[in-house]
Design a binder for this molecule. Sequence first.
Ligand code: PNS
Length: 155
Amino acid sequence: MCPGSYDPVTNGHLDIIERAAKLFDEVVVAVLVNKNKKSLFTVEERLDMLREVTAQWPNVRIDSWHGLLVDYCRANDIGAIVKGLRAVSDFDYELQMAQMNQRLSGVETLFMSTNPLYSFLASSLVKEVATYGGDVSNLLPPKIEQRLRERLTEN
Ligand code: PNS
């Protein structure tokens, strides 16, 4: 399970998904709701974008879920959550969630170190840079960048 807000999916997410897909027989990439974040794209739009950019990996499946991550994992017999760690700043919150998820359900979280090329990358920063006309072309697949530009000009 590679969970996230994916608002929108970035090259950093795709790096983790691709590497997880090499390690596991099947990877579910699930759009979940993060109560601390306001989203730019609807869940359906995020799913569409994820399907488009993960189509080359046959063992990757895209889904969404509105409840607890561990309930989805239990219902689908998923034993491992894979999360990318960019920096020490990610660690505190990720560790807390991993321990909570383990306590709630027994589902384990495995941390994967991000590719250093993407260690600064976050959807929230990409949206901010793009809002003010900055170049984000190396940070997102071209089709996602286009969708982001369109959304920002609508708003
Ligand atoms: O991409 P994000 O926003 O860092 O992903 C965080 C996410 C969505 C994976 C996390 O907020 C989550 O698991 N939300 C689902 C609700 C849940 O299970 N909350 C309890 C976490 S211990």
